[in-house]
Every structure is written in C-alpha cells, then in structure tokens.
Design a protein around this ligand. Structure first.
Ligand SMILES: Cc1cc2nc3c(=O)[nH]c(=O)nc-3n(C[C@H](O)[C@H](O)[C@H](O)COP(=O)(O)OP(=O)(O)OC[C@H]3O[C@@H](n4cnc5c(N)ncnc54)[C@H](O)[C@@H]3O)c2cc1C
Length: 484
C-alpha cells in the first residue's frame, strides 16, 4: 500500500512537471525548436497506462533516478551518445528532456576509451573528410563549446603531428586522386615522393614506397577519454540525465489506421544494476551502443522479424583490435606523424618519454580474433606488427614491448562506414553506428547531424543522407577505402 501511494505520488508529481513542459507553457523561443521532438502527451492517459502496467506487474515502482519518460533516450554514453546529447541540449536546454542510458559508467569496454584517438582528413569518402574537418574546427573552439562554469576549461590534448600514409606503386594513382578530392574540400594534404620523404623523415626505410600523403593541418591525435569526460560534464551542466542501467528490450505499441497497422517503439525496458526491470517511455530512441548496436537493433526486431522493413539487420558487430605500447628511446621522435605503413601497420608517439602505440587490423576475415573477451594476443605483435614496424622504421628494432590492450571496433560488416538517421520501419529509432575504427574523430559531427535531423528535419551542416539505413535496402554500399 505504501509503495503504491509512493508510486501514485511520483506519477502525479512527474506529470505536474511534464504539464509545465507542454507547449502552452513554453516561451516563443522554446516553441520554435519543438516540431520534431518534445510532443505533448496527455498526462491522464499516461497515468492510466502506467497504472495498468503496474497493476499487471509489468513494471516495478520507479526509483528516483530512473525517469518514467523522456523525449530523447540515448543508448550508450560513449563519445557518440554523449555528443548527440550535447548537441540536442545545446540547441534548446529547456525544450525537451534527454536521457543517456549507460550500463557501464566506468567505460571499461567502451570503444571510446580504448581508441588510439587519431584524427585525419585523409578518407576516400568526401563526407568522412568533411566530418573530420568539422571535428578539427570544433577542437579549435572546444573551450567555447564545452566549458562549464567554475571548472577548468576542457583540453583534449590535441597533438597536431599529422598522418602519413605510405603506398606502393600500384596504389599511388588512387592516393593522388583521393588527395585531390580532400584538398578540394579544404583539407591541407601534401603528396610526397621518396626524395621528399627522405628529407623530412630520415628514419623511414623507403623500400617499396612510391608515394605518401601527409596531413599538414588539423590532423594528429587526441585523448579520447578527455573528450568523453568534457562532453559528459557539459551535458550534466545542461540538464542531461545519465542513468546507470542496461537496455534489455523494447515495448511496442500498435498504431495506425485499420488495415495499415504498424508497431512503434513505445518504451525501453531497462535493467537496473540491482536486476530490477523498469520501463521508460520515449519519443525517440537513439542507438549509440557502439560495438553492441546490432544487438540493440535486434531487440527492436530489426533483422529478426519478417515484416517488410524489418528483415534487414543492422550490420554492426564487435571486432577485436590490439594496441601495443612499445618503448623506443631512440625512436623517430617528437615530430613523427601517425604513420600508416603499406602493410596497414600503424604507429604514433605516446607522450614525450620515448613511448609509441602501434597495431594493425587482421589481413583477412579468417584472422579476425575471438570477441568473447578482451584478452590480448601477443603473438600478433611478434608475427605481424613488429616485423613490419622494424622493417619500415629500423630504429624500432631495439624497441621493447611494454604493455598492450584490446578494444572492440564498432564494425560495419557491409561497408565499414557510418549508419545514421531513422530506421525506415521504426521511425522513432535513430542510428549513429558502424564507424569501424573512425568513430571517435567523427563523434562530434555525427551528434550535430542527428540533432539537425530531429529538430530541423534535415541535415544542415554536412549532408549525411547517403549514410542512412536505406542504403542496405537499396543495396548501395558506400565503401570507405582508408580503413586502418
Ligand atoms: C583499439 C581501437 C582503436 C581505435 N582508434 C580510433 C582512432 O584512432 N580514431 C577514431 O576515430 N576511432 C578509433 N576507434 C574507434 C572509436 O573508438 C569508435 O568508433 C567510437 O569510440 C565509437 O563510439 P561509441 O560512443 O559509438 O561507442 P562506445 O564508446 O563503445 O560506447 C557505447 C556504449 O554503449 C554502452 N552500451 C552498449 N549496450 C548497452 C545496453 N544494452 N544498455 C546500456 N548501455 C549499453 C556501452 O557500455 C558503451 O559504453 C578505435 C577503436 C578501437 C577499439
């Protein structure tokens, strides 16, 4: 009885707050930003539905930190989820409620925390170039965007050392064309022949290299953790609610005209750390679950159910990648760019104490490591990374492997590119997934693009419409060739 009264009290109290957020209580400025999100719902109907669920035992009485409902529910509080939340709240702090559901607030497995933090303008798909350039510009003005009153201004420790792609003869023409496209979009990439490379990077072994491209502005690496921390702190100051819970299912509701019925996602089922189940109603749900995005889509029947529009899966799965930390006091030094060898093996400096990070992707599907854990395969370093690294930069022959970690790429198995926007059937589910190793540098423009899509109904800053889920239905993949 006491629990019921508490629940009733909370329901009324919550509805009172919601009532105040209905359009008639908003200022003209706030109303302007409301069309796509923040729709008014009848408090009485919501209350009746909630009581029905409660009486039928479908929901546990709500504890204070789990909201009964929210306008935008974001699954995953990594770089991309936090960026979506940031842009939504930044656009209109009071216009709608934004809730981020994160099952692991320590981010022990999130790709955002385990990334190498590289940012480059050198991609083969123009929108990827534009997104990276947007991030570089954002970093220039990060204090303006992410400062929080009475806290130290954010600093993501951007090292502007550039990227250096090395290619053999057979890929030289493709590289030159890519660089032309990148420079036409405003990037500052320079082609370098072996003579120029020898002058600028005397530590390189140039055997087998016909051409290289070197980013002279806005490229390098930053600290991904500092970016997520700054976004989260800013979001909390703007009123975003971060909730520790796991999304385990969706509740669907039948809607539409007779003969044209469709199922819409009505609420998200959340499991609290204590194992209790809750329902949180939402207008929109944004899938920012990184490597686990495919599983979230399956919970909504995507790729599982037979209805038209639901049969095609979200093609995202975790793929394990290793990062090795080597010590090489006499290595290439402070000016070395993030270098990608002809073999795909990369390295970059880490700090100023002679440490370097290095790694590579497996060369075939058959070599993909087991994804049931985050254990490191040291033999991959011995057999694959070290031989290529010490061949290309002989100074690494006397390096020492100090430590290593593994993380999951949010891998898009179809075309290794972003999947963004509404699902064609569950139109209130949006995606921001499948970055396949370039998501930390694209998190900022992706969040902005989704905000524009939700509020303005179209992409305004960078047109990302080619990256929508529809491309899988139309069988029109957009292959990114520069995947590391
Ligand atoms: C080793 C490595 C190196 C990389 N290097 C680079 C690089 O140099 N440059 C670059 O741009 N990118 C890089 N990336 C890729 C980049 O890290 C990712 O693309 C990006 O971080 C994805 O961000 P995200 O927020 O979507 O995912 P994540 O950071 O993984 O966040 C997803 C969150 O969702 C949460 N979640 C999942 N399922 C649920 C659920 N059911 N309920 C609640 N919460 C849930 C998870 O706990 C997680 O915190 C690298 C990745 C790895 C692994």
């Amino acid at each position: 009885m006491l629990r019921t009264s508490y629940h009733l009290f909370r329901c009324f109290n919550k509805r009172g707050l919601l009532w105040k957020q209905s359009p008639r209580y908003l200022t003209e400025d706030e109303k302007r930003d409301l069309p796509a999100i923040g729709r008014y719902r009848s408090p009485w109907k919501m209350f009746k539905k909630e009581m029905k669920d409660y009486v039928e035992g479908n929901i546990t009485p709500v504890e204070p930190e789990i909201p009964l409902e929210t306008d935008a529910l974001i699954i995953g509080g990594g770089a991309i989820g936090s960026s979506v939340a940031f842009w939504l709240k930044q656009r209109n702090p009071k216009g709608f409620t934004v809730t981020v559901i994160e099952r692991d607030p320590g981010y022990t497995q999130a790709s955002s925390m385990l990334a190498v933090g590289g940012i480059r303008h050198q991609f083969s798909v123009p929108e990827n170039v534009q997104m990276s350039m947007f991030t570089s510009e954002f970093f220039r003005n990060i204090k303006e965007y992410l400062s929080v009153l009475d806290s130290d201004p954010p600093d993501v420790q951007f090292n502007h050392q550039g990227y250096l792609f090395l290619v053999p003869e057979e890929r030289a023409e493709y590289l030159a064309k890519s660089v032309e496209m990148q420079n036409n979009l405003g990037a500052k990439i320079r082609l370098m022949n072996p003579e120029k490379l020898a002058q600028k990077f005397p530590w390189l072994n140039l055997d087998g290299i016909a051409l290289a491209s070197y980013g002279m502005e806005g490229e390098g690496w930053f600290d991904p953790w500092l970016l997520v921390r700054a976004l989260k702190a800013k979001n909390i100051s703007l009123g975003v609610q971060y909730v520790k819970a796991e999304v385990v299912d969706f509740d669907m509701k039948e809607m539409g005209l007779p003969g044209k019925k469709e199922w819409v996602l009505n609420s998200t089922v959340l499991k609290s750390p204590e194992g209790k189940l809750f329902k949180c109603r939402m207008s929109y749900v944004v899938n920012c679950a990184g490597p686990w995005a495919g599983q979230i889509a399956q919970m909504a029947g995507i790729g599982i159910r037979k209805e038209e529009g639901l049969s095609i899966p979200l093609p995202v799965e975790p793929r394990k990648r290793f990062v090795y930390v080597v010590h090489c006091p006499d290595g290439p030094g402070i000016e070395a760019p993030l270098t990608i060898d002809t073999t795909g093996v990369y390295f970059r400096r880490e700090g100023l104490g002679g440490y370097y990070l290095c790694g590579a992707s497996p060369s075939s599907e058959e070599e993909e490591p087991d994804t049931s854990n985050l254990d490191v395969d040291f033999s991959f370093y011995e057999n694959h990374v070290w031989p290529a690294l010490s061949y290309r930069v002989p100074k690494f022959e006397v390096s020492k492997l100090k430590s290593a970690w593994a993380g999951f790429y949010d891998y898009n198995t179809v075309d290794q590119n972003l999947i963004i926007g509404h699902h064609p059937y569950h139109t209130n589910m949006l995606f921001a997934n499948g970055l396949s190793g370039h998501g930390i540098q694209h998190a900022i423009p992706i969040g902005r693009a989704l905000m524009e899509l939700l509020i303005d109904g179209e992409y305004k800053t960078i047109d990302l419409s080619r990256f929508e889920f529809q491309r899988f239905i139309d069988n029109e993949p957009i292959q990114e060739m520069a995947i590391v």
